[in-house]
Design a protein around this ligand. Structure first.
Ligand code: ADP
Ligand code: TRP
Length: 361
């Protein structure tokens, strides 16, 4: 074939790009006060990863709209989530903390992805499927939730997405959509990888089931200490006699204690279980003590942040600005690639965007 004498920008293959830097991203829904399961299963990992590379964390208010229908409550939940995250150690000097809806670029990107999303893929996604099986009404927001989540991830060229087990399916959807888009239009999106939480994978609630707002069995991170003590003292335990030796690894009270207590205390408590001759009341008291210590610093930080609402607003405003700059670049790349930007053909090479390139899951 004759080579074109003057290759247009659109026909020039993108220049090879340097390897992608680690870019961590995750979102958390502001659907209620954070409980210990949220902390050990998600938030702690965000905080650990905020120094691993560039980090973006956001409060997923657009996702929350599928369940929270009271505007004032939603606003309060978003503010509280931001206060909680910063109190727990999310450092706005290291990580970009922002509110999902402050970045409208993401909703446009959602549409672009929607046009390459097979219905069948969404029909298999569990949030929608579970509702359908239970005969509950589902709206299109819930149905297309994984596409918005994909846009959340792709808009920031994220390479690593720390999530709980329940969200892994959505990351697979994201990789799938990004792969299809790239196949059709060129190398536009970075394919992310999920990072599963280690350890606190399944924090038990006060009844021994998985801790969840839906089961009303939570211990909240910033609960009033007296109310929390009452809840802890009422944690269900088995009714074996005090003298009987017990296996600590079978006991949800011990599991909770292990999350909170320093290693030496945990080992001592495990020994007590194995020897028997102690009461669960003692373990509960020790848990009250250990959790008070564990979250003491965060509580103090929360008290000062609560007294200074402008500080949180300033953090979120600065975060949104940084997030929009990044998402704007990615959206521009996607618009050009699929033919939306008139007179701006081409697939401009984006800096450092190769993680998982072409390696579809
Ligand atoms: P809930 O079940 O209370 O509604 P969410 O679904 O809002 O909690 O949880 C947000 C994230 O917190 C989840 O993706 C998961 O990573 C983590 N998480 C929630 N509950 C637990 C738990 N009991 N153990 C470990 N992680 C949890
Ligand atoms: N769907 C996630 C949850 O319910 C929250 C979320 C929204 C998210 N967008 C995201 C998590 C992007 C990681 C990446 O927990």
């Amino acid at each position: 074939m004759k080579a074109s004498p003057m290759p247009s920008e659109g026909n020039t293959p993108p220049a090879p790009r340097p390897p992608a830097p680690t870019r961590v991203l995750s979102g958390i829904q502001p659907t209620g006060r954070f409980h210990w399961g949220n902390y050990f299963g998600a938030i702690r990992q965000y905080i650990d990863l905020q120094t691993a590379g560039e980090a973006y964390y956001f409060i997923a208010d657009l996702h929350a709209l599928t369940t929270v229908r009271e505007p004032d409550r939603l606003r309060a939940l978003v503010h509280d989530a931001a206060v909680d995250l910063v109190s727990l150690g999310l450092d706005p000097d290291h990580a970009t903390l922002f509110v999902q809806s402050d970045v409208p670029e993401v909703t446009e990107l959602t549409w672009l992805l929607m046009t390459v999303t097979p219905m069948g893929l969404l029909e298999r996604c569990h949030a929608y499927k579970d509702k359908k099986i239970r005969g509950l009404p589902a709206d299109a927001g819930l149905f297309t939730y994984p596409v918005l989540m994909s846009a959340d991830i792709l808009a920031y060229d994220a390479t690593v997405v720390p999530v709980g087990e329940d969200q892994v399916q959505h990351i697979e959807v994201c990789r799938d959509l990004a792969g299809t888009f790239n196949h059709l239009y060129g190398d536009v999106f970075t394919l992310p990888k999920p990072r599963l939480v280690e350890g606190g994978g399944r924090v038990p609630g006060t009844d021994g089931q998985k801790m969840s707002k839906s089961y009303d069995n939570t211990l909240d991170v910033f609960e009033d200490p007296a109310a929390q003590k009452k809840k802890i003292m009422r944690i269900t335990t088995d009714s074996r006699p005090m003298e009987e030796p017990k296996n600590p690894d079978d006991d949800h009270l011990f599991a909770l204690y292990s999350l909170m207590a320093p290693e030496a205390d945990r080992a001592k408590m495990a020994d007590l279980y194995r020897r028997g001759g102690f009461g669960y009341g003692e373990v509960k008291k020790a848990l009250v003590e250990a959790s008070a210590q564990f979250f003491a610093e965060a509580r103090a930080r929360r008290a000062s942040l609560e007294a200074d609402p402008e500080r949180i607003e300033a953090i979120l405003t600065a975060g949104a600005e940084r997030a929009r700059a990044k998402a704007g670049d990615v959206l521009d790349r996607a618009r050009r690639a699929c033919g939306l930007a008139r007179g701006k053909a081409g697939k401009p090479a984006a800096a450092g965007k190769t993680a998982g390139k072409g390696s579809r899951a």
